[in-house]
Design a protein. Structure first.
Length: 177
């Protein structure tokens, strides 16, 4: 279990204890039978391509070298394909065109499952979501270096399908200019 898990039952407020359920040790309530399954949170991400470049974004409050893919949470009842196009439009102000699913990737550290798509973006000005993003970069394919976790393996796979095989780096490794 982790420090982000519940301590008290969200249904009856009794203190949770550990017990085996479904073959794993989980937090459970002895009063009302609540089980904290810790199911992963669904996330969508986009390799946004435009004119031989990939658009990377930096979230507010993150270090100056932390650029990643456009990403966001899947809303209730929303199809991942619709969600990724919504995120692209919300975060960078471009109406993208869905090209393909790159893959589905587990991200255990944040307890997420990430649906990653290739999205083609039109020419035009980028308008960042001011409440979410601080900056963006358009990086040529040959200068991209995928990071080892999160959405990085999807970027690695997408690049490999195009004949690029850069080494993977730690997230936040500065990009070459």
């Amino acid at each position: 279990m982790s420090e982000t898990d519940y301590r008290y039952c969200p249904l009856c407020r009794a203190e949770l204890t550990s017990a085996v359920r479904g073959g794993e040790t989980r937090l459970v309530c002895s009063q009302c039978a609540f089980v904290h399954w810790r199911n992963p949170v669904p996330v969508v991400a986009a390799v946004v391509e435009r004119a031989g470049h990939v658009i990377l974004v930096r979230s507010l409050g993150r270090p100056a070298t932390w650029y990643g893919l456009v990403a966001g949470f899947l809303e209730r009842g929303e199809h991942p394909e619709a969600a990724v196009l919504r995120e692209v439009q919300e975060e960078i102000g471009l109406k993208g065109q869905l090209e393909s699913l790159i893959g589905v990737y587990p991200f255990e550290r944040l307890n997420q499952v990430i649906f990653v798509y290739h999205v083609q973006a039109p020419e035009g000005p980028i308008t960042l979501a001011e409440n979410e993003l601080a900056d963006y970069k358009e990086v040529p394919f040959e200068k991209l270096k995928p990071w080892r976790q999160g959405t990085g393996p999807a970027l690695r796979d997408w690049l490999a399908a195009r004949g690029y095989h850069p080494e993977s780096v730690d997230f936040g490794t500065p990009l070459e200019d």
